[in-house]
Ligand binder design. Structure first.
Ligand SMILES: Nc1nc2c(ncn2[C@@H]2O[C@H](COP(=O)(O)OP(=O)(O)OP(=O)(O)O)[C@@H](O)[C@H]2O)c(=O)[nH]1
Ligand SMILES: [Mg+2]
Length: 397
């Protein structure tokens, strides 16, 4: 899985954009204090986006994304720009580096970030070399009404100001998003149903389970976990029914059938639907399942790029459930990782995985794209709940 097999997906993503040779990689090195990114005077040194974790005082660990110049050209250049665009989709805060007088492209990118409501910090680099920085500053101020930060990434002049600007421009909703919301609080009992099937990684728990458990412990809840075959015994061990049951979506029906009436029920991936995405859109979009026919086409998007195992949810279980309802003729297309078609018009429905490996910004940008093209989009958990007829019986936050 590589990139996101740590909880990095929840950290602030700071993307650095600019033309080739503007000094993006040098700026990364200045911010991290290490020579981690490759710097050279050859235009096009950085090709694939590079993700680095840094600790910024006042924010904590953040992910810095070093990108290929957005002015790259030619066939390979265009492919690199495509990857820079994926980095754009993941960016919570953008730094745009200007190092010459013509900043037409820089301003276009800044406007695109603004349209996506991502904070943009304009940086003028190479002030040790550029003669008239005021000309660039004035163009920026005129177009965007923001004061750029002037730096020399090489001498590190102005770097502290960049750090301050990042802190000043933090997105409002960043870090505020809890997984379990106000469903439970201190002293409440919670049962986690976590079948450790063939899909579960050997010797450890998957990220949504780990993060949910950690959050519940931080909230001082009393948490018990079991596999689905021990559900009855687990329930019997509570003096009174647990306030909340969080289950793996794959055993939704079983848990719903056995749960005490007083206990609220939800699933990890339904919780993740609002933690990482747009729960309202996911729930309304689930209605589109009813309208699918054998001529329909469904896109299933999975964040992980693991080699699919047998009984994979995205490649086997969900397609089987959908085909059972709609008919064998239903077309299902699977994509994984950062692949997400630009033109969604051929699809009748998009089903995204729980997205624990993606940051929220990236999933929300996908939702925006789907909404703009009027394509319903939902996620694994909501789909399974809908298909098993319990979407209206579970607790959403
Ligand atoms: N004079 C001066 N040169 C700089 C400064 N920052 C970077 N450079 C030089 O500009 C050149 C390009 O720097 P990089 O950091 O590789 O630029 P980049 O934007 O990452 O370039 P690509 O990866 O090719 O897109 C290198 O020769 C750097 O030494 C600066 O503040 N002043
Ligand atoms: Mg570079």
């Amino acid at each position: 899985m590589g990139l996101y097999d740590t909880p990095r997906a929840n950290q602030l993503h700071i993307g650095i954009f600019g033309k080739r040779n503007s000094g993006k990689s040098t700026l990364i090195n200045a911010l991290t204090g290490h020579n981690t990114a490759l710097v050279s005077d050859v235009a096009g040194t950085t090709t694939d986006p590079v993700y680095k974790t840094i600790e910024i005082y006042g924010i904590g660990p953040c992910v810095l994304i070093d990108t290929a110049g957005f002015d790259d050209s030619g066939y390979l250049g265009q492919m690199r720009v495509e990857k820079t665009r994926v980095a754009m989709d993941k960016t919570d805060v953008a730094l745009i580096v200007c190092s010459e007088e013509d900043i037409t492209q820089e301003l276009e990118w800044a406007k695109e970030f603004k349209a996506r409501k991502a904070p943009v910090i304009m940086v003028i680099n190479k002030i040790d070399q550029i003669r008239n920085t005021d000309k660039i500053r004035n163009k920026i101020f005129e177009a965007l009404k923001v004061e750029p930060v002037k730096i020399s990434a090489i001498s590190k002049a102005g770097i502290e100001k960049v750090r301050e600007e990042i802190i000043r421009n933090l997105p409002e909703d960043f870090d505020a998003k809890s997984i379990t919301g106000d469903l439970v609080g201190e002293g409440d009992t919670v049962l986690l149903v976590m079948p450790q099937d063939i899909q579960a990684p050997k010797g450890r728990l998957i990220l949504p389970q780990v993060q949910t458990l950690r959050e519940l412990l931080d909230k001082k809840c009393i948490v018990l976990s079991c596999t689905s075959d021990k559900l009855e015994e687990a329930l019997a061990s509570f003096a009174k029914p647990p306030k909340l049951i969080i289950t793996d979506s794959q055993v939704f029906q079983l848990v719903y059938d056995k749960k005490p009436e007083q206990s609220m029920l939800t699933s990890f991936s339904v919780l993740y639907a609002s933690h990482k995405g747009d729960i309202d859109y996911f729930v309304t979009s689930a209605e589109a399942i009813n309208k699918l026919t054998e001529n329909s086409k469904v896109l299933i998007t999975e964040a992980c790029t693991h080699v699919p195992l047998t009984e994979d949810i995205g490649r086997e279980k969900l397609p089987r459930m959908l085909k059972k309802k709609v008919g064998e003729g239903l077309t299902i297309v699977n994509v994984s990782g950062n692949d997400f078609p630009k033109d969604l018009s051929e699809y009748d429905l998009i089903i995204q995985c729980g997205a624990c490996m993606f940051n929220r910004k990236y999933v929300m940008n996908r939702v925006e794209k789907a909404k703009k093209q009027n394509i319903p989009m939902t996620n694994y958990g909501v789909t399974i709940a809908y298909l098993t007829d319990i979407l209206d019986k579970i607790t959403l936050i």
